[in-house]
Design a protein around this ligand. Structure first.
Ligand SMILES: Cc1cc2nc3c(=O)[nH]c(=O)nc-3n(C[C@H](O)[C@H](O)[C@H](O)COP(=O)(O)O)c2cc1C
Ligand SMILES: [Fe+2]
Ligand SMILES: [Fe+2]
Length: 413
């Protein structure tokens, strides 16, 4: 995708990436992902973020710079808001092409420039309050926002244009579909971005939600006119909308989730599935929105996003070799890692002789701040009495969830 102007002498020069590769080696990106890099030109030229070699991204970056009359030799500064290789993988090559370009990042970032790329020279560590004057009225001011999501993270603010280059904060999965700006999205694209933002948040950022809230607080005195993250939409029309979204997401694991239920289930021979149908009947009767995911058939990141956002969670999996059906266990382990906390929860599953799935469930759920209904585990095929109990579990959970009103609301963009 060609370069796009954000403001006078400020351009997007990144890449729309469509590849089969998994993001972070785990998360599928069926809709692609963008690696947003930017250039700010004063008397000096700064590039903010690079790319990794992913589906031709580094060539696209060089072409985009060239279209603005910038060769690698013209680059004076490379600014890294954080050092994850999706934004820095091109560093070694660019250092050869642009040996005089100075790399700017935090102190902790400098250790990673050395660790990943063996580069020590011409690296400047910056901290909160430092600025980089580019001349002709352009300057970048830096604010550290550690642990959103790596420890060395900062943001860069260009004062004359009011653009906040926010790194992965306020980022999203999903390739651009025409325009890079929020205020040029047709209505049909809004649900696309909402889904991809939430899936990105749940998979990449959720564990660090308290740091997201701290970062939003640290940025509150900056007069931001545009938010330019390192992945996904650039928020020009309503930057507050993405801040509100991230506030909402950061609170989903603090008992502020949406009044809906996410059901995760798996079954080898159908016994657990029979109970699933009864539970779903109970939920449906209460008219509560429900998302149903089968493991291992569905990818974890889509399940994570729905589980993270829902106030209610139901897990139905059988026993497998004295413990939980492994794909269900994997999802639960991810829930633990990604802090899918403060949910109303139900658990059920079939076993053959001794059981074991519930022992795993009890162990994995113990620090999750979950409010758990009486678990429903049963030998073999569920009896009519048990199915009645399953339906009641669905009703009870749905009723609890209905009592929750969404406590935060988005501003439209
Ligand atoms: C590979 C495998 C391992 C199993 N391990 C156990 C076990 O350790 N303890 C147990 O009580 N049942 C065990 N079972 C029996 C299942 O839990 C039982 O068949 C249950 O009804 C399966 O539920 P489903 O029909 O929903 O798949 C195992 C079954 C299979 C196929
Ligand atoms: Fe990152
Ligand atoms: Fe990233």
């Amino acid at each position: 995708m060609a370069a796009v102007k954000l403001a006078d002498n400020v351009y997007w020069v990144g890449a729309n990436v469509h590849t089969e590769d998994l993001f972070e080696g785990i998360w599928p990106t069926p809709n692609g992902v963008t690696l947003n890099a930017y250039v700010v030109k004063g008397e000096k030229t700064a590039v903010i973020e690079l790319v990794r070699e992913w589906g031709g991204a580094s060539l696209t970056l060089l072409q985009n710079l060239k279209s603005l009359g910038i060769t690698p030799h013209d680059i004076d500064y490379i600014v890294f808001n954080h050092l994850e290789p999706d934004h820095t993988g091109f560093t070694s090559t660019l250092r050869n092409l642009a040996p005089k370009a100075e790399i700017l990042c935090t102190q902790r970032g400098a250790a990673l420039v050395d660790g990943f790329y063996g580069i020590k020279d011409n690296v400047r560590a910056v901290k909160t309050g430092d600025t980089l004057d580019l001349g002709q009225g352009k300057a970048l001011a830096f604010t550290e926002i550690p642990h959103v999501h790596w420890p060395e993270t900062m943001v860069s603010f260009e004062r004359s244009s009011g653009i906040l280059f926010s790194g992965d904060a306020f980022g999203s999965f999903g390739a651009f579909r025409g325009s890079i700006f929020d205020d040029e999205q047709p209505t049909v694209n809004k649900s696309y971005w909402e889904a991809e933002m939430l899936r990105y948040y749940a998979s990449i950022v959720a564990t660090f939600s308290p740091h997201v809230l701290k970062a939003i607080d640290a940025l509150k005195d900056i007069d931001v006119k545009m938010i330019a993250p390192s992945h996904g939409l650039i928020w020009r029309g309503c930057p507050q909308a993405v801040i509100n979204k991230y506030l909402r997401y950061a609170n989903y694991n603090k008992d502020f989730a949406e009044p809906e239920v996410c059901v995760v289930w798996g079954s080898m021979y159908g016994n657990t599935e029979v109970m699933l149908s009864a539970v779903l009947r109970g939920i449906a009767g209460e008219g509560v929105p429900v998302k149903v995911h089968r493991v291992p058939n569905e990818d974890a990141s889509f399940i994570l996003a729905d589980a993270y956002r829902a106030a209610g969670l139901i897990i139905g999996v059988p026993t497998y070799e004295y413990s939980m059906f492994p794909p269900g266990r994997y999802i639960l382990e991810l829930f633990v890692k990604k802090h899918v906390w403060y949910k109303k929860v139900g658990f059920f599953g079939s076993y053959g002789w001794s059981g074991g799935a519930q022992k795993d469930f009890d162990e994995l759920s113990k620090n999750m701040h979950w409010d758990i209904l009486d678990p429903l585990t049963f030998r073999g095929y569920p009896t009519p009495e048990l199915l009645e109990k399953g339906e009641q579990m669905g009703v009870a959970l749905a009723r609890q969830v209905k009592e929750i009103l969404p406590k935060t609301r988005d501003e439209e963009y």
